[in-house]
Write a protein that binds this ligand. Structure first.
Ligand code: UD1
Length: 391
C-alpha cells in the first residue's frame, strides 16, 4: 500500500490504532480538532485515510493547508460517480486498507458516501466504529445523506453527538445510551480556532464589497441543482436579489457544471466565484448581512457567528440552529430568496447551542481513546483535563 504500519498486536503493538476516514470537504473541519487532540494526548497511533470522493484542489487540498490535519497516510481515488458506484469503490478500497492497518477503531465523520462506506467496511471486519456527528436526522428519505447517517449510526459502537436532539433521535431508534456521548460540535472548534485569522482577511473587499453589505450564497444539493426547473428558478431569483444587494456565490463544482450545462449565468449584482478556502469562506460568512444555503455545516457556522441564515430546503437535520441560532428554513422554494432583505429586519435569538464551545475535540478524543483502548485490550488511559480547548 506504500505506507508504514507499525508492528501488529501479536508482535508488540504498544498503543491502540485509530484510523480516521475522510472523503469530502465537510469532513475535514470535523476531524481536524479530534486528530489534534488525540495527537496531544499520545495515547493512540493515528492514521488518516482519504477516499478521494472530493479531489479538486479547491474543495480538498486547500483545507489540508489551513487545518491542523496531516497529509493522509493513504489516499484512495474513488472519485465521482453514481451513489452506489462511488460507495462501492470506497467500500472495496477501505476493506483492503483496514486489513493492512488493522485499526482497533475506525472514526467516520458526518454523512457523506465515504462515511457509510468506511463504517460498513469496518463493521464487516468486526472493527468498532466511532461516528462523529451521530444522531442527526432530517426525516427526509430523499436525501442520500439521511441513509448514510442512519446506517452508520446503527453500525457504530461509539456515537459522538453534538446536540440533545441527536441523542433523542438515537434513543428513539433503540440505540443503547451507553454507546452515545454528547461531546458538542467539533466543527465549531475549527471555526473558533480560525476565526481571528478569518476576520482579519475581510475577503469581501477582494470583490469590491464592504463587510455587512452582501448576501453570501452556497447551493449544491441534488434536490436544487440537479432539477432543471428548480435551478432555472434559483438563478432567476438570485439575479433579482442581486439587484437589491450584492451577492457573492462561491460555487461548488457540481453547481458550476449544471449551470454551464444549462447555459445559465446569473449576472447583475451576482458574483459567481471559485470555491473558497476555509478561512476565506469563514471570513465571507462572518462579514455577510445574510447567508442563503442548502449546506448543513453552514447552518451551524452561521449560528455561532450570529449571522442570519436562510436555508433553501424543506427540512433540517440540525434543528438546534433554528431553536437556538439564526437559521430560518425557507423550504425548497427559490422565489423565497427575494424575501431575504425584508427578513433581515427581524430580531434573532443568536444563542450558541450548549457544548459548541471549542472543546468538543477534546471530549471526543477522551471518548475515542477509552473505546480504542478497550477494543485493543490495552490499559484505559487516565482521564485528563482538556488541553487544547480554544474556549
Ligand atoms: C458531497 C456530499 C454532501 C456534502 C458535499 C459537500 C454525499 C452523498 N454528498 O456532495 O453531503 O454536503 O459533498 O461538498 O456524499 N465534483 C468535482 N470535484 C470534486 C468533487 C466533486 O468536480 O472534487 C463534482 C463532480 O461532477 C461530481 C459532483 O461534483 O459528480 C458531485 O460530487 P459528490 O462527491 O458526488 O457529491 P457532492 O455534491 O460534492
Amino acid at each position: 500500500m506504500g505506507f508504514n504500519v507499525p508492528s501488529g498486536p501479536s508482535n508488540g503493538r504498544i498503543r491502540p490504532r485509530v484510523a480516521h476516514v475522510v472523503g469530502a470537504r465537510p469532513n475535514y473541519m470535523k476531524v481536524a480538532p479530534v486528530f489534534a487532540a488525540l495527537d496531544q494526548r499520545c495515547t493512540v497511533d493515528q492514521y488518516l485515510v482519504h477516499t478521494g470522493q472530493h479531489y479538486d484542489a479547491a474543495v480538498n487540498d486547500v483545507f489540508f493547508a489551513e487545518l491542523p490535519l496531516p497529509k493522509p497516510d493513504v489516499q484512495l481515488r474513488v472519485g465521482s460517480g453514481r451513489h452506489g458506484e462511488q460507495t462501492a469503490r470506497a467500500l472495496e478500497g477501505l476493506e483492503g486498507i483496514f486489513l493492512d492497518i488493522d485499526p482497533d477503531l475506525v472514526v467516520v465523520p458526518g454523512d457523506v458516501n465515504s462515511t457509510l462506506a468506511a463504517a460498513l467496511a469496518a463493521a464487516k471486519l468486526n472493527i468498532p466504529v466511532c461516528h462523529l456527528e451521530a444522531g442527526l436526522r432530517s426525516f427526509d428519505a430523499t436525501m442520500p445523506e439521511e441513509h448514510n447517517r442512519r446506517l452508520t449510526d446503527h453500525m457504530s459502537t461509539l456515537l459522538l453527538t453534538h446536540s440533545e436532539e441527536a441523542n433523542e433521535n438515537l434513543e428513539r431508534e433503540g440505540i443503547p445510551s451507553e454507546r452515545v456521548e454528547l461531546v458538542g460540535n467539533t466543527m465549531i472548534d475549527s471555526l473558533l480556532t480560525s476565526l481571528d485569522r478569518a476576520r482579519e482577511r475581510q475577503a469581501c473587499r477582494d470583490f469590491g464589497i464592504e463587510p455587512g453589505a452582501y448576501v453570501l450564497v452556497t447551493l449544491h444539493r441534488p434536490a436544487l441543482v440537479d432539477d432543471t426547473e428548480m435551478l432555472v428558478r434559483t438563478a432567476a431569483a438570485l439575479e433579482q436579489l442581486g439587484k437589491v444587494m450584492p451577492v457573492i456565490f462561491p460555487i461548488h463544482p457540481r453547481t458550476q457544471s449544471r449551470l454551464a450545462e444549462l447555459g445559465l449565468a446569473p449576472n447583475g449584482g451576482v458574483r459567481i466565484v471559485a470555491p473558497e478556502s476555509y478561512e476565506r469562506f469563514l471570513s465571507l460568512q462572518a462579514d455577510a448581512a445574510a447567508v442563503v444555503t442548502d449546506s448543513g455545516g453552514v447552518q451551524e457556522e452561521t449560528t455561532v457567528l450570529g449571522v442570519p441564515c436562510f436555508t433553501l430546503r424543506d427540512s433540517t437535520e440540525r434543528p438546534v440552529t433554528v431553536t437556538h441560532g439564526t437559521n430560518t428554513i425557507m423550504g425548497l422554494d427559490p422565489e423565497r430568496i427575494l424575501e431575504v432583505p425584508a427578513l433581515l429586519e427581524r430580531e434573532l435569538l443568536r444563542r450558541c447551542p450548549p457544548l459548541w464551545d471549542g472543546c468538543a475535540g477534546e471530549r471526543a478524543a477522551a471518548a475515542i481513546e477509552r473505546v480504542a483502548a478497550r477494543a485493543a485490550h490495552a490499559p484505559i488511559p487516565v482521564i485528563r483535563e482538556p488541553a487544547l480547548c480554544v474556549a
